[in-house]
Design a protein around this ligand. Sequence first.
Ligand SMILES: C[S@@+](CC[C@H](N)C(=O)[O-])C[C@H]1O[C@@H](n2cnc3c(N)ncnc32)[C@H](O)[C@@H]1O
Length: 385
Amino acid sequence: MTPAARVQAAIEILDRVQAGEAAEKALTSWGRRARFAGSKDRAAIRDHVFDVLRMWRSTAALGGGETGRARMIGLFRAHGQDPAELFTGQGHAPMAMTDVEVAAGDAPDGAAALDLPDWLAARFAEDLGERTHETAEALRTRAPVFVRANLLKTDREKARARLAEEGVETVPHALAETALEVTSGARGLIRTDSFTDGWIELQDAASQAVVEMIPLGDATRILDYCAGGGGKSLALAARVPKAELFAHDADPGRMSDLPKRALRAGATVTCVAKPKGVYDIVMADVPCSGSGAWRRAPEGKWRLTEARLAELTDIQAHILTTCAKLVRPGGALVYATCSLLRAENEAQIDAFLASHSDWRIGPNRRFLPSDGGDGFYAACLIAPD
Ligand SMILES: C[S@@+](CC[C@H](N)C(=O)[O-])C[C@H]1O[C@@H](n2cnc3c(N)ncnc32)[C@H](O)[C@@H]1O
Protein backbone atom coordinates (compact mmCIF):
# COMPACT_ATOMS: atom_id res chain seq x y z
CA MET A 1 0.00 0.00 0.00
CA THR A 2 1.17 3.55 -0.63
CA PRO A 3 1.43 5.97 2.32
CA ALA A 4 -1.65 7.76 0.96
CA ALA A 5 -3.65 4.50 0.75
CA ARG A 6 -2.79 3.80 4.39
CA VAL A 7 -4.17 7.25 5.27
CA GLN A 8 -7.41 6.43 3.43
CA ALA A 9 -7.69 3.15 5.36
CA ALA A 10 -7.18 5.02 8.66
CA ILE A 11 -9.93 7.48 7.64
CA GLU A 12 -12.40 4.62 7.10
CA ILE A 13 -11.51 3.04 10.46
CA LEU A 14 -11.78 6.39 12.28
CA ASP A 15 -15.26 6.89 10.83
CA ARG A 16 -16.31 3.63 12.47
CA VAL A 17 -14.75 4.73 15.76
CA GLN A 18 -16.61 8.04 15.50
CA ALA A 19 -19.82 6.01 15.04
CA GLY A 20 -19.14 4.24 18.36
CA GLU A 21 -17.12 1.15 17.46
CA ALA A 22 -14.10 0.26 19.63
CA ALA A 23 -10.83 1.01 17.79
CA GLU A 24 -9.45 -2.53 18.17
CA LYS A 25 -12.65 -3.98 16.71
CA ALA A 26 -12.68 -1.50 13.83
CA LEU A 27 -9.01 -2.28 13.08
CA THR A 28 -9.61 -6.03 13.20
CA SER A 29 -12.62 -5.97 10.92
CA TRP A 30 -10.80 -3.71 8.44
CA GLY A 31 -7.82 -6.12 8.57
CA ARG A 32 -10.08 -9.10 7.74
CA ARG A 33 -11.44 -7.36 4.67
CA ALA A 34 -8.03 -6.08 3.50
CA ARG A 35 -6.20 -9.32 2.67
CA PHE A 36 -3.84 -7.31 0.42
CA ALA A 37 -2.41 -5.36 3.38
CA GLY A 38 0.99 -6.49 4.68
CA SER A 39 2.22 -6.29 8.27
CA LYS A 40 3.96 -2.93 7.69
CA ASP A 41 0.74 -1.50 6.22
CA ARG A 42 -1.29 -2.71 9.21
CA ALA A 43 1.23 -1.27 11.66
CA ALA A 44 1.28 2.12 9.89
CA ILE A 45 -2.54 2.29 9.74
CA ARG A 46 -2.78 1.38 13.42
CA ASP A 47 -0.28 4.14 14.24
CA HIS A 48 -2.40 6.71 12.36
CA VAL A 49 -5.57 5.60 14.16
CA PHE A 50 -3.97 5.69 17.60
CA ASP A 51 -2.22 9.01 16.90
CA VAL A 52 -5.64 10.52 16.18
CA LEU A 53 -7.23 8.87 19.24
CA ARG A 54 -4.62 10.48 21.49
CA MET A 55 -5.41 13.84 19.88
CA TRP A 56 -9.14 13.33 19.27
CA ARG A 57 -10.20 16.91 20.10
CA SER A 58 -7.30 18.86 18.68
CA THR A 59 -7.28 16.98 15.36
CA ALA A 60 -11.02 17.72 14.95
CA ALA A 61 -10.40 21.42 15.63
CA LEU A 62 -7.44 21.61 13.26
CA GLY A 63 -9.19 19.60 10.56
CA GLY A 64 -12.46 21.51 10.89
CA GLY A 65 -14.77 18.53 11.55
CA GLU A 66 -15.40 15.27 13.36
CA THR A 67 -15.10 12.83 10.44
CA GLY A 68 -12.15 10.49 10.03
CA ARG A 69 -11.10 12.58 7.03
CA ALA A 70 -11.16 15.87 8.94
CA ARG A 71 -9.24 14.36 11.85
CA MET A 72 -6.53 12.96 9.55
CA ILE A 73 -6.25 16.40 7.92
CA GLY A 74 -5.96 17.81 11.46
CA LEU A 75 -3.27 15.27 12.37
CA PHE A 76 -1.10 16.31 9.42
CA ARG A 77 -1.55 19.97 10.32
CA ALA A 78 -0.66 19.24 13.97
CA HIS A 79 2.63 17.77 12.74
CA GLY A 80 3.31 20.77 10.53
CA GLN A 81 2.69 18.81 7.30
CA ASP A 82 0.52 19.83 4.38
CA PRO A 83 -2.26 17.20 3.99
CA ALA A 84 -2.72 18.15 0.32
CA GLU A 85 0.53 16.30 -0.47
CA LEU A 86 -1.18 12.96 0.27
CA PHE A 87 -4.81 13.90 -0.37
CA THR A 88 -4.42 13.71 -4.16
CA GLY A 89 -7.32 11.48 -5.23
CA GLN A 90 -4.86 9.36 -7.22
CA GLY A 91 -4.81 5.57 -6.90
CA HIS A 92 -6.15 4.66 -3.46
CA ALA A 93 -5.28 8.05 -1.91
CA PRO A 94 -7.95 10.15 -0.17
CA MET A 95 -9.86 12.49 -2.49
CA ALA A 96 -8.16 15.82 -3.22
CA MET A 97 -8.97 18.50 -0.63
CA THR A 98 -11.82 20.87 -1.43
CA ASP A 99 -11.48 24.65 -1.06
CA VAL A 100 -13.75 24.42 2.00
CA GLU A 101 -11.44 21.86 3.63
CA VAL A 102 -8.37 23.93 2.81
CA ALA A 103 -9.94 26.97 4.51
CA ALA A 104 -11.45 25.07 7.47
CA GLY A 105 -9.81 24.37 10.83
CA ASP A 106 -8.84 26.41 13.86
CA ALA A 107 -6.11 26.10 16.44
CA PRO A 108 -7.61 24.27 19.46
CA ASP A 109 -7.72 26.03 22.79
CA GLY A 110 -8.41 25.20 26.45
CA ALA A 111 -9.17 21.54 27.15
CA ALA A 112 -9.22 20.79 23.39
CA ALA A 113 -5.59 21.91 23.12
CA LEU A 114 -4.73 19.57 26.02
CA ASP A 115 -6.73 16.78 24.33
CA LEU A 116 -8.79 16.17 27.44
CA PRO A 117 -12.56 16.18 28.04
CA ASP A 118 -13.56 19.40 29.88
CA TRP A 119 -14.26 17.71 33.22
CA LEU A 120 -10.90 15.91 33.18
CA ALA A 121 -8.99 19.05 32.26
CA ALA A 122 -10.44 20.64 35.41
CA ARG A 123 -9.47 17.56 37.49
CA PHE A 124 -5.95 17.53 36.07
CA ALA A 125 -5.54 21.21 36.92
CA GLU A 126 -6.66 20.57 40.52
CA ASP A 127 -4.65 17.37 41.00
CA LEU A 128 -1.48 18.07 39.03
CA GLY A 129 -1.18 21.86 39.33
CA GLU A 130 1.82 23.17 37.44
CA ARG A 131 2.52 19.70 36.00
CA THR A 132 -0.86 19.58 34.20
CA HIS A 133 0.41 20.83 30.87
CA GLU A 134 3.43 18.52 30.61
CA THR A 135 1.27 15.56 31.67
CA ALA A 136 -1.48 16.20 29.12
CA GLU A 137 1.20 16.84 26.51
CA ALA A 138 2.89 13.50 27.26
CA LEU A 139 -0.48 11.71 26.92
CA ARG A 140 -0.76 13.11 23.37
CA THR A 141 2.37 11.23 22.26
CA ARG A 142 3.23 7.57 21.64
CA ALA A 143 4.42 5.54 24.63
CA PRO A 144 7.98 4.23 24.66
CA VAL A 145 8.49 0.45 24.78
CA PHE A 146 10.26 -0.87 27.87
CA VAL A 147 11.50 -4.27 28.91
CA ARG A 148 12.50 -5.55 32.32
CA ALA A 149 15.72 -7.53 32.61
CA ASN A 150 14.73 -10.65 34.54
CA LEU A 151 17.21 -10.90 37.43
CA LEU A 152 16.33 -14.59 37.84
CA LYS A 153 18.14 -15.26 34.57
CA THR A 154 20.39 -12.32 33.72
CA ASP A 155 21.22 -8.70 34.50
CA ARG A 156 20.46 -5.49 32.62
CA GLU A 157 23.78 -5.23 30.77
CA LYS A 158 23.80 -8.87 29.62
CA ALA A 159 20.17 -8.59 28.47
CA ARG A 160 21.02 -5.40 26.62
CA ALA A 161 23.96 -7.01 24.80
CA ARG A 162 21.98 -10.12 23.82
CA LEU A 163 19.07 -8.02 22.53
CA ALA A 164 21.51 -5.96 20.45
CA GLU A 165 22.85 -9.18 18.86
CA GLU A 166 19.23 -10.01 17.97
CA GLY A 167 18.60 -6.62 16.34
CA VAL A 168 16.85 -4.85 19.24
CA GLU A 169 18.62 -1.70 20.47
CA THR A 170 17.94 -0.49 24.01
CA VAL A 171 19.20 2.04 26.53
CA PRO A 172 19.07 1.73 30.33
CA HIS A 173 16.33 3.88 31.87
CA ALA A 174 16.77 5.78 35.12
CA LEU A 175 13.33 4.94 36.56
CA ALA A 176 14.25 1.36 37.53
CA GLU A 177 17.50 -0.58 37.75
CA THR A 178 16.05 -3.37 35.59
CA ALA A 179 14.50 -1.08 32.94
CA LEU A 180 15.64 -0.90 29.32
CA GLU A 181 13.96 1.45 26.87
CA VAL A 182 13.74 -0.02 23.37
CA THR A 183 15.06 2.47 20.82
CA SER A 184 14.78 0.27 17.70
CA GLY A 185 13.54 -3.16 16.69
CA ALA A 186 10.57 -3.17 19.10
CA ARG A 187 8.25 -4.95 16.68
CA GLY A 188 10.46 -8.06 16.65
CA LEU A 189 10.89 -8.19 20.41
CA ILE A 190 8.70 -11.16 21.25
CA ARG A 191 10.35 -13.28 18.56
CA THR A 192 13.82 -12.89 20.08
CA ASP A 193 15.52 -15.70 22.01
CA SER A 194 16.04 -13.16 24.83
CA PHE A 195 12.25 -13.13 25.20
CA THR A 196 11.52 -16.83 24.70
CA ASP A 197 14.34 -17.75 27.13
CA GLY A 198 12.81 -15.47 29.79
CA TRP A 199 15.69 -13.00 29.99
CA ILE A 200 13.29 -10.12 29.48
CA GLU A 201 9.64 -9.25 30.06
CA LEU A 202 7.68 -6.43 28.46
CA GLN A 203 6.93 -4.08 31.36
CA ASP A 204 6.62 -0.35 31.66
CA ALA A 205 9.53 1.34 33.49
CA ALA A 206 7.30 2.97 36.14
CA SER A 207 5.58 -0.36 36.78
CA GLN A 208 9.05 -1.82 37.45
CA ALA A 209 9.88 1.16 39.68
CA VAL A 210 6.74 0.53 41.76
CA VAL A 211 8.01 -2.96 42.58
CA GLU A 212 11.52 -1.64 43.32
CA MET A 213 10.24 0.79 45.95
CA ILE A 214 8.59 -1.94 48.08
CA PRO A 215 10.50 -2.61 51.32
CA LEU A 216 10.64 -6.39 50.90
CA GLY A 217 13.07 -7.04 53.78
CA ASP A 218 13.14 -10.79 54.46
CA ALA A 219 9.60 -11.41 53.22
CA THR A 220 8.80 -15.09 52.80
CA ARG A 221 5.09 -14.96 51.85
CA ILE A 222 3.89 -12.43 49.29
CA LEU A 223 0.38 -12.06 47.86
CA ASP A 224 -0.38 -10.23 44.61
CA TYR A 225 -4.10 -9.67 45.26
CA CYS A 226 -5.04 -8.12 41.87
CA ALA A 227 -2.59 -10.14 39.79
CA GLY A 228 -4.19 -9.86 36.34
CA GLY A 229 -1.65 -11.05 33.75
CA GLY A 230 0.99 -11.18 36.50
CA GLY A 231 3.32 -8.30 35.56
CA LYS A 232 3.84 -7.33 39.21
CA SER A 233 3.95 -10.96 40.43
CA LEU A 234 6.83 -11.78 38.10
CA ALA A 235 8.75 -8.60 38.97
CA LEU A 236 8.30 -9.41 42.68
CA ALA A 237 9.44 -13.01 42.16
CA ALA A 238 12.62 -11.73 40.49
CA ARG A 239 13.42 -9.50 43.47
CA VAL A 240 12.88 -12.12 46.21
CA PRO A 241 13.50 -15.55 44.67
CA LYS A 242 13.32 -17.26 48.08
CA ALA A 243 9.84 -15.96 48.94
CA GLU A 244 6.67 -17.91 48.19
CA LEU A 245 4.58 -15.91 45.76
CA PHE A 246 0.79 -16.18 45.55
CA ALA A 247 -1.37 -14.59 42.86
CA HIS A 248 -5.10 -13.89 43.15
CA ASP A 249 -7.62 -12.08 40.95
CA ALA A 250 -11.38 -11.63 41.24
CA ASP A 251 -11.48 -12.74 37.61
CA PRO A 252 -9.24 -15.84 37.57
CA GLY A 253 -9.37 -15.98 33.75
CA ARG A 254 -7.13 -12.91 33.71
CA MET A 255 -4.34 -15.03 35.24
CA SER A 256 -4.58 -17.75 32.58
CA ASP A 257 -1.21 -16.86 30.99
CA LEU A 258 0.58 -16.52 34.32
CA PRO A 259 1.76 -20.16 34.69
CA LYS A 260 3.26 -20.05 31.17
CA ARG A 261 4.88 -16.66 31.80
CA ALA A 262 6.26 -17.81 35.17
CA LEU A 263 7.75 -20.94 33.58
CA ARG A 264 9.50 -18.84 30.94
CA ALA A 265 10.79 -16.44 33.63
CA GLY A 266 12.03 -19.25 35.88
CA ALA A 267 9.71 -18.10 38.68
CA THR A 268 7.31 -20.01 40.89
CA VAL A 269 3.94 -18.33 41.35
CA THR A 270 0.93 -20.13 42.86
CA CYS A 271 -2.49 -18.91 41.72
CA VAL A 272 -5.05 -18.98 44.55
CA ALA A 273 -8.82 -18.64 44.31
CA LYS A 274 -9.07 -17.61 47.96
CA PRO A 275 -6.10 -16.20 49.89
CA LYS A 276 -5.49 -18.02 53.18
CA GLY A 277 -3.79 -16.81 56.36
CA VAL A 278 -1.61 -13.70 56.41
CA TYR A 279 1.26 -12.48 54.26
CA ASP A 280 4.39 -10.37 54.84
CA ILE A 281 3.53 -8.26 51.81
CA VAL A 282 0.19 -7.83 50.07
CA MET A 283 0.26 -6.02 46.74
CA ALA A 284 -3.01 -4.38 45.65
CA ASP A 285 -2.53 -3.17 42.08
CA VAL A 286 -6.17 -2.14 41.94
CA PRO A 287 -8.47 -1.62 38.95
CA CYS A 288 -8.41 2.08 38.07
CA SER A 289 -9.16 4.68 35.40
CA GLY A 290 -5.88 3.78 33.66
CA SER A 291 -5.28 7.51 33.18
CA GLY A 292 -1.53 7.08 33.58
CA ALA A 293 -1.52 4.72 30.59
CA TRP A 294 -3.72 6.69 28.21
CA ARG A 295 -0.80 6.98 25.76
CA ARG A 296 -1.19 3.22 25.22
CA ALA A 297 -4.99 3.03 25.53
CA PRO A 298 -6.19 6.49 24.48
CA GLU A 299 -9.88 5.59 24.13
CA GLY A 300 -10.05 5.45 27.93
CA LYS A 301 -9.48 9.21 28.03
CA TRP A 302 -12.71 9.83 26.12
CA ARG A 303 -14.77 7.02 27.69
CA LEU A 304 -14.15 7.69 31.40
CA THR A 305 -17.08 9.40 33.15
CA GLU A 306 -17.41 10.89 36.62
CA ALA A 307 -19.88 8.12 37.48
CA ARG A 308 -17.40 5.40 36.44
CA LEU A 309 -14.64 7.11 38.40
CA ALA A 310 -16.87 7.08 41.50
CA GLU A 311 -17.54 3.35 40.98
CA LEU A 312 -13.81 2.67 40.69
CA THR A 313 -12.95 4.58 43.86
CA ASP A 314 -15.56 2.53 45.77
CA ILE A 315 -14.02 -0.73 44.49
CA GLN A 316 -10.50 0.51 45.39
CA ALA A 317 -11.52 1.43 48.96
CA HIS A 318 -13.16 -1.98 49.38
CA ILE A 319 -10.04 -3.81 48.14
CA LEU A 320 -7.82 -1.80 50.53
CA THR A 321 -9.98 -2.77 53.52
CA THR A 322 -10.06 -6.43 52.43
CA CYS A 323 -6.30 -6.59 51.85
CA ALA A 324 -5.46 -4.95 55.19
CA LYS A 325 -6.85 -8.07 56.91
CA LEU A 326 -4.42 -10.27 54.96
CA VAL A 327 -1.25 -8.48 56.15
CA ARG A 328 0.69 -9.93 59.11
CA PRO A 329 1.49 -7.60 62.04
CA GLY A 330 4.38 -5.35 60.95
CA GLY A 331 3.92 -6.38 57.30
CA ALA A 332 3.12 -4.07 54.38
CA LEU A 333 0.15 -3.45 52.14
CA VAL A 334 1.24 -1.91 48.83
CA TYR A 335 -1.47 0.08 47.08
CA ALA A 336 -0.83 0.88 43.42
CA THR A 337 -2.71 2.39 40.49
CA CYS A 338 -1.78 3.44 36.97
CA SER A 339 -3.82 6.58 37.56
CA LEU A 340 -2.93 10.26 37.71
CA LEU A 341 -6.03 11.26 39.66
CA ARG A 342 -5.90 12.18 43.34
CA ALA A 343 -9.27 10.53 44.03
CA GLU A 344 -7.75 7.16 43.14
CA ASN A 345 -4.38 7.81 44.80
CA GLU A 346 -3.58 10.11 47.74
CA ALA A 347 -7.27 10.49 48.66
CA GLN A 348 -7.64 6.69 49.00
CA ILE A 349 -4.58 6.53 51.27
CA ASP A 350 -5.81 9.47 53.39
CA ALA A 351 -9.20 7.76 53.83
CA PHE A 352 -7.56 4.42 54.68
CA LEU A 353 -5.28 5.99 57.31
CA ALA A 354 -8.21 7.91 58.78
CA SER A 355 -10.05 4.63 59.41
CA HIS A 356 -6.91 2.57 60.32
CA SER A 357 -5.18 4.96 62.69
CA ASP A 358 -2.62 2.38 63.90
CA TRP A 359 -1.21 1.92 60.37
CA ARG A 360 1.48 4.23 59.04
CA ILE A 361 2.54 5.26 55.58
CA GLY A 362 5.94 4.13 54.25
CA PRO A 363 7.53 4.85 50.87
CA ASN A 364 5.07 6.44 48.44
CA ARG A 365 5.47 8.11 45.09
CA ARG A 366 3.62 9.46 42.10
CA PHE A 367 5.10 8.81 38.64
CA LEU A 368 4.06 11.02 35.72
CA PRO A 369 4.27 10.10 32.03
CA SER A 370 6.67 13.03 31.63
CA ASP A 371 9.09 11.07 33.90
CA GLY A 372 9.40 8.62 30.99
CA GLY A 373 7.19 5.66 31.93
CA ASP A 374 3.44 5.45 32.42
CA GLY A 375 1.74 7.45 35.14
CA PHE A 376 1.58 5.40 38.34
CA TYR A 377 1.03 5.89 42.04
CA ALA A 378 2.16 3.58 44.82
CA ALA A 379 2.04 3.79 48.60
CA CYS A 380 3.33 1.23 51.11
CA LEU A 381 1.12 1.02 54.19
CA ILE A 382 2.78 -0.53 57.23
CA ALA A 383 0.63 -2.61 59.57
CA PRO A 384 0.93 -2.16 63.36
CA ASP A 385 3.18 -4.76 65.17
C1 LIG B 1 -4.56 -3.09 37.19
S1 LIG B 1 -5.08 -4.69 36.87
C2 LIG B 1 -3.75 -5.65 37.50
C3 LIG B 1 -2.51 -5.64 36.64
C4 LIG B 1 -1.44 -6.59 37.12
N1 LIG B 1 -1.15 -6.43 38.52
C5 LIG B 1 -0.14 -6.46 36.34
O1 LIG B 1 0.83 -5.84 36.81
O2 LIG B 1 -0.09 -7.01 35.23
C6 LIG B 1 -6.29 -4.92 38.12
C7 LIG B 1 -6.81 -6.34 38.28
O3 LIG B 1 -7.68 -6.33 39.42
C8 LIG B 1 -8.67 -7.30 39.23
N2 LIG B 1 -9.77 -7.01 40.18
C9 LIG B 1 -10.83 -6.18 40.03
N3 LIG B 1 -11.59 -6.16 41.14
C10 LIG B 1 -10.99 -6.99 42.02
C11 LIG B 1 -11.29 -7.41 43.35
N4 LIG B 1 -12.36 -6.94 43.99
N5 LIG B 1 -10.45 -8.28 43.94
C12 LIG B 1 -9.37 -8.76 43.29
N6 LIG B 1 -9.03 -8.42 42.04
C13 LIG B 1 -9.83 -7.55 41.42
C14 LIG B 1 -9.02 -7.19 37.77
O4 LIG B 1 -9.61 -8.39 37.30
C15 LIG B 1 -7.66 -6.88 37.14
O5 LIG B 1 -7.06 -8.05 36.63
